[in-house]
Design a protein. Structure first.
Length: 125
Protein backbone atom coordinates (compact mmCIF):
# COMPACT_ATOMS: atom_id res chain seq x y z
CA UNK A 1 0.00 0.00 0.00
CA UNK A 2 1.38 3.46 -0.88
CA UNK A 3 2.63 5.56 2.00
CA UNK A 4 0.31 8.25 3.33
CA UNK A 5 1.79 11.71 2.90
CA UNK A 6 -0.49 13.92 4.98
CA UNK A 7 0.15 17.61 4.48
CA UNK A 8 3.47 17.07 2.68
CA UNK A 9 2.66 17.21 -1.02
CA UNK A 10 0.59 19.34 -3.36
CA UNK A 11 -0.53 19.12 -6.95
CA UNK A 12 -1.04 22.63 -8.28
CA UNK A 13 -3.03 23.34 -11.44
CA UNK A 14 -2.72 26.26 -13.82
CA UNK A 15 -3.49 26.78 -17.49
CA UNK A 16 -1.75 28.76 -20.23
CA UNK A 17 -2.82 29.95 -23.65
CA UNK A 18 0.05 28.33 -25.55
CA UNK A 19 2.32 25.31 -25.25
CA UNK A 20 5.35 27.62 -25.33
CA UNK A 21 4.06 29.55 -22.29
CA UNK A 22 3.42 26.25 -20.51
CA UNK A 23 6.93 24.99 -21.23
CA UNK A 24 8.53 28.26 -20.13
CA UNK A 25 6.62 28.22 -16.84
CA UNK A 26 7.34 24.51 -16.25
CA UNK A 27 11.08 24.93 -16.87
CA UNK A 28 11.29 27.93 -14.53
CA UNK A 29 9.52 26.14 -11.67
CA UNK A 30 11.69 23.01 -11.98
CA UNK A 31 14.93 25.00 -12.42
CA UNK A 32 14.13 27.02 -9.29
CA UNK A 33 13.37 23.81 -7.35
CA UNK A 34 9.81 24.98 -6.72
CA UNK A 35 8.51 21.86 -8.47
CA UNK A 36 9.91 18.36 -8.89
CA UNK A 37 7.90 17.76 -12.05
CA UNK A 38 5.42 19.64 -14.21
CA UNK A 39 3.21 17.72 -16.62
CA UNK A 40 1.91 19.70 -19.59
CA UNK A 41 -1.41 18.32 -20.74
CA UNK A 42 -3.19 19.46 -23.81
CA UNK A 43 -4.47 21.10 -25.57
CA UNK A 44 -7.58 21.04 -23.40
CA UNK A 45 -10.81 22.90 -23.98
CA UNK A 46 -11.82 25.39 -21.29
CA UNK A 47 -15.28 26.91 -21.02
CA UNK A 48 -15.50 29.70 -18.46
CA UNK A 49 -17.10 33.04 -17.65
CA UNK A 50 -14.90 36.12 -18.11
CA UNK A 51 -16.21 39.69 -17.88
CA UNK A 52 -19.81 38.56 -18.28
CA UNK A 53 -19.18 36.53 -21.41
CA UNK A 54 -18.96 32.79 -21.83
CA UNK A 55 -15.54 31.96 -23.29
CA UNK A 56 -14.50 28.74 -25.03
CA UNK A 57 -10.72 28.46 -25.45
CA UNK A 58 -7.94 26.01 -26.18
CA UNK A 59 -5.45 25.94 -23.29
CA UNK A 60 -2.64 23.84 -21.86
CA UNK A 61 -3.04 22.44 -18.35
CA UNK A 62 -0.01 22.25 -16.08
CA UNK A 63 0.07 19.75 -13.21
CA UNK A 64 2.78 21.01 -10.87
CA UNK A 65 4.00 18.54 -8.22
CA UNK A 66 5.65 20.08 -5.17
CA UNK A 67 5.91 20.25 -1.39
CA UNK A 68 2.99 21.72 0.55
CA UNK A 69 5.37 24.20 2.18
CA UNK A 70 6.27 25.66 -1.24
CA UNK A 71 2.70 26.48 -2.30
CA UNK A 72 2.94 30.23 -1.66
CA UNK A 73 6.26 30.50 -3.53
CA UNK A 74 4.86 28.55 -6.47
CA UNK A 75 1.72 30.70 -6.56
CA UNK A 76 3.78 33.90 -6.45
CA UNK A 77 6.12 32.71 -9.21
CA UNK A 78 3.25 31.54 -11.45
CA UNK A 79 1.57 34.93 -11.06
CA UNK A 80 4.84 36.75 -11.85
CA UNK A 81 5.52 34.73 -15.02
CA UNK A 82 1.96 34.22 -16.27
CA UNK A 83 0.48 36.17 -19.18
CA UNK A 84 -3.12 35.98 -17.89
CA UNK A 85 -4.58 38.83 -15.87
CA UNK A 86 -6.05 36.30 -13.41
CA UNK A 87 -4.23 32.98 -13.77
CA UNK A 88 -5.72 29.82 -12.33
CA UNK A 89 -3.60 28.64 -9.40
CA UNK A 90 -5.35 25.96 -7.35
CA UNK A 91 -3.84 23.30 -5.11
CA UNK A 92 -4.86 19.72 -4.48
CA UNK A 93 -3.62 17.79 -1.47
CA UNK A 94 -1.81 14.62 -2.52
CA UNK A 95 -2.72 12.08 0.16
CA UNK A 96 -0.73 9.03 -0.95
CA UNK A 97 2.17 8.12 -3.18
CA UNK A 98 4.71 5.38 -3.71
CA UNK A 99 7.48 5.88 -1.12
CA UNK A 100 10.33 6.12 -3.68
CA UNK A 101 8.40 8.71 -5.71
CA UNK A 102 7.49 10.75 -2.64
CA UNK A 103 11.13 10.75 -1.54
CA UNK A 104 12.27 11.80 -5.02
CA UNK A 105 9.73 14.63 -5.04
CA UNK A 106 10.91 15.86 -1.64
CA UNK A 107 14.58 15.57 -2.67
CA UNK A 108 13.93 17.48 -5.91
CA UNK A 109 12.30 20.51 -4.31
CA UNK A 110 13.26 23.12 -1.77
CA UNK A 111 16.88 23.86 -0.95
CA UNK A 112 19.47 21.92 -2.91
CA UNK A 113 20.78 18.91 -1.06
CA UNK A 114 23.96 17.01 -1.71
CA UNK A 115 23.37 13.31 -1.35
CA UNK A 116 26.05 10.66 -1.06
CA UNK A 117 25.09 9.39 -4.53
CA UNK A 118 25.47 12.85 -6.15
CA UNK A 119 28.80 13.44 -4.35
CA UNK A 120 30.08 10.10 -5.70
CA UNK A 121 29.04 11.03 -9.23
CA UNK A 122 30.77 14.40 -8.96
CA UNK A 123 33.99 12.87 -7.61
CA UNK A 124 34.17 10.19 -10.28
CA UNK A 125 34.19 12.67 -13.16
Amino acid sequence: MPARTPHKLRGILTTTGTEEQALSLARALVAERLAACVNIIGPVRSVYRWRDAIEDDREFLLLIKTRATLYMKVERRVRELHTYEVPEVIALTLDRGSPPYVQWLLDSTGTERTTAKSRTRKLSR
